[in-house]
Write a protein that binds this ligand. Structure first.
Ligand code: GAL
Length: 376
């Protein structure tokens, strides 16, 4: 009798503990249906940290949909470009908040060679392949797993990219885990493995406006970017192969400068890029690679990465045609991107850090977006 009683007590406590745990997970990560795409369910995941701040993610393109953080007076606003509904997300700008792969940025003429075999990828940006092709990883439905053993709200998205998808060899197993810490950091942990030699360059393409998405442009955002050199581009945005020192040019952000201060200078690369749209070669000497400070709200974004490059893009192609969250218009230069990763067109530049991933190897990389406020 006593044994039965003890056993039932143990059973009851196990049930109570597991119920508590699932309530805890539920509080930190809420999963709602956002829509369906190609027969697969698309979710909107709401992650709330202990500071009470919220980010939203979707498994469509493994995108960041919403980042709501306070300004210096405690007023919260969403500071990333995105859409309220799945229909708008599907029809709208492809890259807002997306995980971009299998090869982020451009591949010249949609062509590269691996072990003597020439591969062709679709041309979706003039003569080049951009962001893994039109049906790249930004456009697919990823599998969703709410990470249960995490101290912070955390969601893992996984995707199996078939052999020869968008022309790339090898079946790649990709994952991105987003963790929203209590310190208002979005930690993005990426992994990729392949069954055949391939190339991978994975990034996140969130657009930021620290005034709040849709509230004016980003020209007053003050940027510090720890990079001594960048890779100049040609007229179709392909690196020429030159490694140019930033010292004495409008590309030098080693000390803080507002984006708008020199963006219209008569400088060849600003003309070719229609503003800043270039890969910086990170010095990787300090913990924080990029700091962005917006003086009106006091909001600050820091970017930390283990990657060799950072595409600094000032929303030069935004033109007011996109209507985002809350009906707000996303005008010219109303968002900026900091895309950590490898240099554009690396497969065609033997002297750039390699983007080759071999069978049996695991690509692991981490980038962090950290949000805070500064009061002066
Ligand atoms: C960026 C790229 C820009 C533009 C943008 C998408 O990563 O550097 O040139 O293509 O994506 O609109």
């Amino acid at each position: 009798m006593k044994r039965i009683l003890l056993l039932s007590l143990a059973l009851v406590s196990v049930i109570i503990i597991s119920c508590n745990q699932s309530t805890k997970t539920k509080e930190m990560v809420k999963k709602d249906v956002f829509g369906t795409h190609n027969g697969k369910e698309v979710y909107l995941l709401t992650l709330t940290n202990k500071a009470g701040n919220v980010i939203r993610l979707t498994n469509f393109g493994a995108k960041i949909n919403w980042i709501e953080v306070p300004d210096k007076n405690g007023k919260k606003d969403n500071i990333t470009l995105g859409y309220d509904s799945f229909e708008e997300t599907l029809k709208g700008d492809k890259y807002f908040g997306a995980v971009v792969g299998r090869f982020a940025n451009r591949i010249a003429n949609g062509k590269f060679t691996l072990d003597g075999v020439v591969y062709h990828t679709p041309l979706n940006d003039g003569p080049n392949t951009l962001h893994g092709g039109p049906l790249g990883w930004h456009s697919v439905v990823w599998n969703t797993e709410v990470v249960k053993d995490s101290k912070f709200p955390s969601v893992k998205f996984t995707y199996v990219s078939p052999d020869m998808e968008e022309g790339f060899p090898g079946k790649v197993d990709a994952s991105v885990t987003y963790t929203w810490t209590d310190n208002n950091e979005i930690v993005m942990d990426y992994t990729c493995t392949t069954d055949k030699k391939t190339i991978v360059n994975i990034t996140n393409h969130a657009y930021f406006n620290l005034h709040g998405a849709g509230n004016g442009d980003i020209l007053d955002h003050v940027v510090t970017l720890k990079a001594s050199a960048f890779t100049p581009v040609d007229s179709v945005m392909i690196p020429t192969g030159e490694i140019r020192q930033v010292a004495g040019t409008p590309f030098d952000f080693n000390t803080p400068h507002p984006i708008g201060e020199r963006i219209n200078d008569k400088y060849d690369q600003l003309k070719l890029g229609k503003g800043y749209d270039h890969n910086y070669i990170l010095d990787n000497k300090e913990e924080v690679d990029v700091t962005v400070y917006e003086p009106v709200s006091g909001r600050m974004l820091e970017v930390l990465t283990d990657q060799p490059g950072m595409q600094f893009y000032t929303g030069n192609f935004l033109d007011g045609t996109q209507i985002g969250h809350g009906g707000k218009v996303y005008k010219y230069r109303s968002g900026m991107c900091l895309e950590s990763g490898h240099y554009p067109d690396s497969p065609n530049h033997a002297d750039f850090p390699t983007t080759v991933l071999n069978a049996g190897e695991t690509l692991k990389s981490t980038t962090i977006y950290r949000f805070s406020v500064k009061s002066n």
